[in-house]
Write a protein of this length. Structure first.
Lengths: 546, 55
């Protein structure tokens, strides 16, 4: 309710109007679909719309308007909400991941219902952590970084809420749809057509908000972090639209057929899939790194010009790398080679970014030693360097012949997501939460240190065990006896995985424990919000009369 | 146009386009005249207090 207090009467009325539209949209969806996931999703939208109408409607009479002085400050209420959602999705997404890891070791424990089967829960984990945890963190930090680097307040107060609430509705639709068996069968693009259309509306609003705020900036330049955030927003829109072009079976069914077919479908999917890694899981987080690491270390980025060069390198090269997911398939050989070549070239801008971040810490190593928050960011940069090297290496055709379809790929992905993406998010969260809740430090500073060691231990156990698992699998699958027959049956290679699967569950469990500690620490900090206001943290731009 | 011609054009034009673009970025980013401006931008995100501590 405190969020509504930041809105003027007119903004509350606009919000009420939008909520009413959501209510009607949800009702129409539920009515047309009548049954199945789409009907449930309509009902969820309807209930959310109704709840928002009541909350905003009630506030029209009960709550006073915010003072005009708000326009001389940054608008951080959406960032605060986004951080809370980030933490909730972190715990949910990672808990499902650990549960699934345990099922791999102990498949007999799978409950006897379709909704809890491995295949339905796996996308809950991937979407939960990528979109729920990563997406909310990106949106929340982008609003913060955009305002500080532009020295301008967000141009309006309604659209940030539309973006955040709309995006989380998409995430909830995705997770509940998977559990009910709904999927487009496209990795990281599983949600069905109506959810995809909804996300387009949310994403365009996000982009327009970003551009409008940038246009009002009081700085002559656009700081490099904004370039990365904008590449993230723009390219994700492009990828999402093209990969999700589909024809619904009927308007009332939550099922559709993609317009792409055969090998084109595979190519479009992995053009999307790898660029989801590039622009969802890398570009935006590099934006985070280029802002929060220099600010925390209190040192300017080591080479600003190198950051420009690596930006264009990443944007230009990543686009072509997706076909390395399709080595040894029906895709034309030259397209596979193209993907491989660009993946190797990508090492240059990737290491330029990682090196730039690490070199920024020169002269601040004592801070890295003493400050666990900065250490999170340092480790993130190291893992960014490690996993991009590994990715380029695995894209090489003969290496891929060993690694593809094995757990090495899963280990590689987690080295990137746990070691790089989650670490930079936690670094940003520990920087932001005290600031946004007007305190000097987190409520439990020692818990940050504990979280760091849980996260790093968990990541190392996870990644090392899956490297071993993957290479063992790859070698077992290609071992032949003197007669030319396979030396091992498939099930023998599965049995050989048991110790590694136990270790990865432990590693994932430690990482989850750290995330849980972070969530509790943030909750304690939020509850003990102080009154320390940084008077210098203000926009310079003249504000429009909202 | 035959498939072979298209492939030759792609192979000739592609690297020139990519290389040319990178060259433009390189020249613009590493132009010494932009150095002071870049230095100012890099420091613009740090608060005045932080900047004093460093100098």
């Amino acid at each position: 309710m405190a969020m509504i207090g930041t809105l003027t009467t007119k903004e509350r009325q606009i919000g009420m109007g939008l909520s009413a539209i959501l209510l009607v949209l949800g009702l129409a969806m539920a009515g047309v679909a009548r049954q199945g996931p789409m009907a449930l999703h309509g009902a969820i939208a309807m209930i959310l719309g109704l709840a928002l109408v009541f909350m905003l409607g009630g506030s029209l009479y009960d709550q006073s308007e915010p003072s005009a002085s708000r326009l001389t400050r940054y608008y951080d209420a959406p960032t605060r909400f986004g951080i809370v959602m980030t933490l909730i999705w972190a715990v949910v997404g990672m808990a499902v991941g650990v549960w699934l890891a345990a099922l791999m070791y102990w498949p007999e424990a799978t409950p006897p219902w379709p909704a809890t089967s491995y295949g339905r829960l796996r996308p809950v984990h991937t979407s939960g952590v990528i979109f729920g945890f990563g997406g909310n963190a990106l949106i929340a930090t982008s609003f913060y970084v955009l305002q500080r680097t532009s020295r301008a307040r967000l141009v309006d107060a309604v659209s940030p809420w539309f973006v955040l609430i709309g995006f989380n509705l998409f995430c909830v639709w995705a997770a509940t749809g998977y559990v009910m068996g709904q999927t487009q069968s496209k990795e990281y693009a599983e949600p069905e057509w109506y959810a995809d259309l909804w996300l387009v509306v949310v994403w365009v609003t996000y982009f327009v908000l970003y551009i409008r705020t940038l246009a009002r900036r009081a700085e002559p330049h656009i700081y490099v972090a904004n370039w990365y955030y904008m590449a993230f927003i723009l390219v994700v829109a492009m990828l999402h639209i093209v990969n999700n072009l589909a024809l619904p079976v009927t308007l009332g069914s939550g099922e559709s057929f993609t317009i792409w077919s055969g090998v084109q479908d595979a190519m479009i999917q992995w053009w999307y899939g790898h660029n989801a890694v590039a622009f969802f899981l890398t570009a935006g987080f590099l934006g985070m790194l280029y802002y929060f690491l220099p600010v925390r270390a209190q040192r300017p980025i080591w080479s600003y010009r190198l950051s420009i060069l690596s930006f264009w390198g990443i944007v230009f090269f990543y686009m072509w790398a997706g076909s390395h997911h399709l080595h040894y398939t029906a895709l034309p050989y030259w397209v596979q080679t193209l993907g491989m070549t660009f993946s190797i070239m990508l090492l240059v801008p990737s290491w330029a970014s990682a090196g730039n971040a690490i070199a920024t810490l020169n002269g601040a190593w004592h801070k890295v030693r003493d400050d666990a928050t900065l250490r999170f960011m340092f480790v993130a940069a190291v893992f960014y360097g490690l996993s991009t090297f590994e990715g380029s290496f695995m894209a090489i055709r003969p290496v891929n012949s060993l690694s593809h379809y094995t757990d090495w790929t899963v280990g590689h992905v987690h080295s990137g997501t746990l070691g790089w993406v989650a670490m930079i998010v936690f670094g940003a969260i520990y920087s932001l939460v005290p600031k946004l809740w007007c305190r000097d430090d987190m409520a439990w500073p020692k818990a940050v240190e504990w979280h760091f060691w849980l996260a790093i231990t968990g990541t190392l156990i996870y990644v090392v065990s899956l490297w071993n698992a993957g290479i063992t699998q790859g070698l077992m699958w290609r071992a032949y006896d003197e007669g030319g027959a396979l030396s091992y049956s498939f099930i023998e290679s599965v049995e050989a995985m048991l110790p590694y699967y136990a270790a990865r569950t432990l590693g994932g469990g430690l990482f989850l424990a750290g995330a849980l500690l972070c969530a509790l620490n943030c909750r304690a900090t939020m509850r003990a919000a102080g009154d320390r206001v940084d008077e210098s943290d203000r926009p310079l731009a003249t504000q429009p009369a909202e | 146009m035959s498939h072979e011609t298209l492939v030759i054009i792609a192979k000739v034009f592609g690297p020139i386009w990519m290389g040319g673009f990178m060259l433009i970025v390189l020249i613009r980013a590493y132009n010494p005249r932009r150095r002071a401006e870049q230095e100012r931008i890099a420091r613009s995100i740090l608060s005045a207090k932080d900047a004093e501590e460093r100098t």
